[in-house]
Ligand binder design. Structure first.
Ligand SMILES: Cc1cc2nc3c(=O)[nH]c(=O)nc-3n(C[C@H](O)[C@H](O)[C@H](O)COP(=O)(O)OP(=O)(O)OC[C@H]3O[C@@H](n4cnc5c(N)ncnc54)[C@H](O)[C@@H]3O)c2cc1C
Length: 413
């Protein structure tokens, strides 16, 4: 017994020493590492794009202008493909993504293939998305370059149906069978992920369908996470009730003896959530301010790391402080930098300074790589543009990092 406790102490010491080395080397300001995958031309293109989406008016008018132009058949697909699509997407098909998958892998960063077709509400579209998602899982099987799969429940079933289930309204018999078909698609995807040993994320969406999604995710985790964590639910910490929900989910997993998978994000639908709550006269589900979201996000990291024996985490964030905090928590708890229960994840085209510096220090990192026909990926691209508008926020940060790297390259030339 004494031997084991001494051995454990030594192992912890080694892990901590590794972390000290990693953390000394870990700096999100290292632009050489951050942009080593980009040529000078690509850097200039990214700069111009972030500059353009830093203009609030352009991003606000963008969806109307682009949708209008697409609907009357103006030939703008080519321009979109060469600019915003190229920055944030892997291509129109899974095969188009191969070069990016290899490029990311050559820097130790994994890919999460995200078939990002949104807003198409027919059964044939849902079946097609389910088939495509199954193909991403087959591609990920035994493939270290693709450590996770992902899907959105609204890619597999109708939004209004989920809203009705969420509100616990009675379903008609046609709706009952429609819901059964949706559940069946989700079950097939999670079972295939389990059988192929591929971990899979279920994305989080709007609060008025999220209870329905949480119930489905919990059912899948209870079924497929018995031996290890395969299915991950997503928690949005911009909601003031999610830290409590994390703790309830943990208790549920413990009582029912399965592993809990959580992708922790801040949340992407803040404006929409606040507007709806105000319009319909119910209290906003969103935190009162950014620092409350930050504080709950970081607390969720602390809670999950403290229960790492049961909870597997993916920190889906572009926030430097939270990413650094997670590395510190890992060090404090004697968790190896490459422990498979902890992943960091960023979106393709954003925050390479976090992804590449973390992977260079040995941490597990994977980037969401959206793909799909240009027109169908537009809602995803509009969300990214909106997220980047604030010059003080993400776009400003990306611009200053790119400028720093351009200046550095001029000096070393
Ligand atoms: C890998 C990955 C997967 C993702 N998956 C999902 C998903 O499944 N579902 C989803 O909804 N989003 C998802 N997102 C998006 C995510 O929720 C955030 O919108 C985005 O990452 C920005 O938050 P941040 O932590 O990166 O950084 P930060 O820039 O530090 O935070 C910005 C975020 O803080 C919150 N915030 C900003 N202002 C306020 C305010 N005044 N009051 C309260 N909160 C505020 C908002 O959530 C905002 O997006 C994902 C992101 C990544 C990187």
């Amino acid at each position: 017994m004494k031997y084991f406790s001494e051995h454990l102490k030594l192992t912890r010491k080694n892990v901590q020493a590794n972390h000290t080395k990693s953390n000394q080397a870990l700096s999100f300001d290292n632009t050489e590492i951050a942009f080593k995958s980009k040529s000078n031309g690509e850097l200039t293109q990214s700069y111009l794009l972030f500059k353009a989406i830093g203009y609030n008016w352009l991003v606000k008018a963008g969806p109307t202008m682009v949708n209008g132009a697409l609907s009357i058949g103006l030939p703008i697909t080519g321009i979109i493909k060469k600019t915003v699509f190229k920055q944030f997407c892997g291509g129109e098909s899974m095969t188009d993504c191969n070069n990016t998958i290899d490029l990311l892998n050559s820097y130790g960063v994994g890919t999460i293939l995200d078939y990002s077709v949104e807003g198409e509400e027919k059964e044939e579209n849902f079946n097609a998305t389910a088939t495509e998602t199954l193909e991403t899982i087959s591609k990920a099987k035994g493939n270290a370059k693709i450590p996770f799969g992902v899907f959105k429940v609204t890619g597999l079933g109708r939004f209004d149906l989920l809203a009705k289930v969420n509100a616990k309204e009675d379903l008609t018999s046609t709706e009952e069978s429609e819901f059964a078909r949706l559940k069946n698609r989700i079950y097939n995807i999670c079972k295939t992920a389990h059988d192929h040993d591929v971990r899979i994320f279920i994305d989080a969406e709007e609060t008025w369908i999220q209870d329905a999604i949480d119930d489905l995710a919990t059912e899948m985790m209870a079924e497929f996470n018995k031996e290890k964590c395969i299915v991950y639910n997503t928690l949005q910490l911009y909601r003031h009730d999610r830290l409590a929900y994390l703790k309830t989910s943990f208790e549920h997993a413990k009582t029912n003896n399965y592993y809990l998978g959580v992708k922790l994000v801040r949340g992407a639908y803040m404006e929409k959530e606040r507007e709806r709550a105000e319009k319909m006269g119910y209290p906003s589900p969103i935190q009162p301010n950014k620092s409350a979201s930050d504080s709950d996000y970081n607390e969720a990291l602390r809670f999950s790391v403290a229960h790492i024996d049961r909870i597997s985490i993916c920190a889906g964030s572009h926030n430097e402080e939270s990413s650094l905090l997670l590395t510190q928590l890992m060090a404090e708890n004697g968790i190896a930098v490459n422990d498979k229960r902890i992943y960091f994840s960023q979106l393709f085209g954003m925050s390479d300074h976090i992804s590449f510096n973390l992977s260079s220090a040995g941490y597990n990192v994977a980037k969401y790589l959206p793909y799909g026909p240009v027109k169908s990926v537009m809602p995803y691209l509009f969300r990214r543009a909106a997220e980047n508008t604030s010059v003080k926020g993400q776009a400003g940060r990306e611009l200053s990092l790119i400028s720093k790297e351009v200046a550095r390259r001029k000096v070393v030339k």
